[in-house]
Design a protein around this ligand. Sequence first.
Ligand SMILES: *Cc1c(COP(=O)(O)O)cnc(C)c1O
Length: 380
Amino acid sequence: MLPFNRVEINLDILRTNYVNIQRLVGSMVQVMVVVKSDAYGHGLLPASKVFHEAGARTFGVHEIGEGVALRKSGIIGNIVVLSGAVIEGLAEIIHYQLTPVAFDLTVLQELSDLAIKSGAKVGVHLKVDIGMGRLGIMPDEMISFVHAMQQMKGIYTAGFFSHFPLADTVVAHHITLQQCERFATILRQADDSMRGKQIIHIANSAALIRLPTTHFDMVRPGITLYGYYPDADDPVLHNKLQIKPAMSFKSKVIQVKNLPVGHGISYGHKFVTTRPTRVAVLPVGYNDGYSRSLTGKAMVLIKGRRAPVVGTICMNLCMADITDLPEVKVGDEVVMMGTQGDSVITADEIAGWLDTISYEVLCMFGRANRQEYHVLEDRG
Ligand SMILES: *Cc1c(COP(=O)(O)O)cnc(C)c1O
């Protein structure tokens, strides 16, 4: 028997989101589909296949194994390994023709040596840090880095890029634009040495919607492919790009029971009934990504209506108060995230309850649950 819980992924919506992003940036700009973290919980291979069929030819993954899986599944085009090369993975990079991000000369030297031995030449994307304080070469080290790389005959610079730390913060747009100018300056300086045609890219979802001057040759959307805006509260984003959430998270009622007034519910009795209460027991808990931190905050949809989750969320179970929904019975569908009737609970709403962002909610639910794929024409 299949597990009770599932995330449903609508592949038509994924396709439409991709197409709308490509349309927004225009045909002169390529789209790297960011499919790291199991395509933000939507399934690396099914999601990548849909984007591939819709025309995507550059894929962004976190580590080498994901790139290998994509290649083995028949994906053609560039697979950029965003966290770069590591010594143990050099043979796979060469064999599967992956494109690692470059920021470490020791690893690159090894990669180059191995490539020469294998009769290959490996393209890498150089990453400069324009303010993120994360992966990448510091601007003042870029020229010497490029010179050192030129001695390595087994590799070449296929791309040059950076990443914005503040693109999703409207009030910091002037900083993002300054960082973009800085990026362009470093690029010009490095270009004299690189002497080639590199693919230039810097824009994530937020920048690609808000700041067209950051598009360069390619943009790198992640969250928007999956139907969420990097800033849920900014209507400007919604007006510029049409996308829809592709993932729902569903379960079903396994018991319905009546509790008298003054009855505690779940561990610690953090919730005690104040009226005769009808409760639906749901086979959903923190093992399913339904974090214990949602206790006291979460709502679910049953019969198209909202019902509060009451009492501490357990490892595999939680309880919904259905006193106002007398028609609920065992077996009824429960939607933790998604739409039911006229009601909707989004990853943004759940992220608000958890004090996090939609990104984490999607990864959490996607990783913990069976992924079920639908190609039904979306009617919403
Ligand atoms: C994850 C990631 C992205 C995608 O960011 P979104 O905000 O999801 O669009 C782009 N570039 C890099 C380097 C990333 O790590």
